[in-house]
Design a protein around this ligand. Structure first.
Ligand code: S0N
Length: 274
């Protein structure tokens, strides 16, 4: 699948592409020969790129995808699966994709999964934890854990159940069936289905519409959606945003200025809202 958009490389990596177009960052797994299965290195690179996208104030939205048009991601690379996780060049087994899932949920910018072809296993979970999913008509979705001796009982189970309901989530995991794009749309697993040749343009168009919106409103909404599900960590995220807004106020600045000017703060001028 060739791109019609003038993406600029942000940073060179070995197993992913990390590019930018306007205020959109695109993180793309670049292992099409393995249907974009991830290794610990792929995940480490995605994690770094996600952090760079978070820190860059010119980026307002992130696209997660896979190269080649035949797969979004087919999960953990089974050929490097060792005892205790996936084994990287340092020979240490890791399940670092779980940290990446948390990053996708907590980056205060919408993350959009652009899914062509297979979204399977741990690759399926990656699209599930994204804020939005746009699928090509060739997309196929499913979990394989009970077939290949693994399971994701974290977001891969509980958040999937929030998205499609308990019965459907259990079916997806217990039967390991594959679902086409229309079935995924029907069960609320994706937001939109388009022909493969319109996937990128549609995703960019959605991202451009997101970029027109208030970044703080989007940030508050994302952490609000998360807060209900993520317990103390979710409340911390939402509360952190409340602190950010408070820091922007004259009332908070009075506290800081008074300290720096070695005087008593005067909060009397600030209203005590009902
Ligand atoms: C996607 C499938 C159904 C596509 O079938 P198709 O079209 O017939 O293509 P293939 O010929 O099978 O594939 C093309 C080439 O790509 C290789 N390949 C595909 N997927 C993988 C993979 N995941 N790992 C390694 N190689 C892969 C094929 O081998 C083939 O290469 P060649 O031509 O050289 O043979 C089909 O490919 C398929 O079923 N793939 C495997 C899907 C799968 O089971 N994935 C792993 C599921 N588990 C996870 O993702 C675990 C994730 C994880 O890290 C985790 C997270 C939380 C808690 C636990 C875990 C945990 O590790 O268990």
């Amino acid at each position: 699948m060739t791109s019609n958009f003038p993406w600029k490389t942000i940073k060179e990596y070995e197993e992913i592409l990390f590019q930018q177009y306007k205020g959109i960052a695109k993180i793309s797994i670049n292992r099409p020969h393995k249907h974009n299965a991830f290794t610990p290195k792929t995940v480490q690179e995605m994690s770094e790129a996600m952090e760079l996208a978070r820190q860059d104030t010119s980026i307002g939205v992130v696209i997660l995808t896979g190269e080649g048009g035949k797969a979004f991601c087919s999960g953990g690379d089974q050929s490097v699966r060792g005892d205790g996780g996936y084994v990287g060049q340092d020979l240490v087994p890791r399940l670092n994709v779980l940290d990446l899932q948390k990053q996708i949920r907590s980056i205060p910018k919408p993350v959009v999964a652009m899914v062509a072809g297979w979204a399977i296993g741990g690759g399926h979970v990656l699209h599930v934890v994204c804020d939005l999913s746009i699928a090509a008509d060739n997309a196929r979705f499913g979990q394989t854990g009970p077939n290949v001796g693994s399971f994701d009982g974290g977001f891969g189970a509980s958040y999937l159940a929030r998205v499609v309901g308990q019965k459907k989530a259990r079916e997806i995991w217990y039967l390991c069936d594959q679902y086409d794009a229309q079935e995924a749309l029907h069960m609320g697993l994706v937001n939109k289905v388009v022909p493969l040749d319109q996937l990128e343009a549609t995703t960019i168009s959605w991202c451009e519409r997101i970029l027109e919106k208030s970044p703080i409103a989007l940030r508050m909404l994302k952490s609000s959606f998360n807060a209900e599900l993520d317990g103390q960590a979710g409340i911390q995220e939402l509360a952190g945003n409340a602190t950010l807004l408070y820091y922007l106020s004259e009332e908070a600045k009075e506290g800081k200025n008074a300290f720096l000017e070695k005087r008593k703060p005067d909060f009397s001028k600030f209203p005590k809202f009902p």
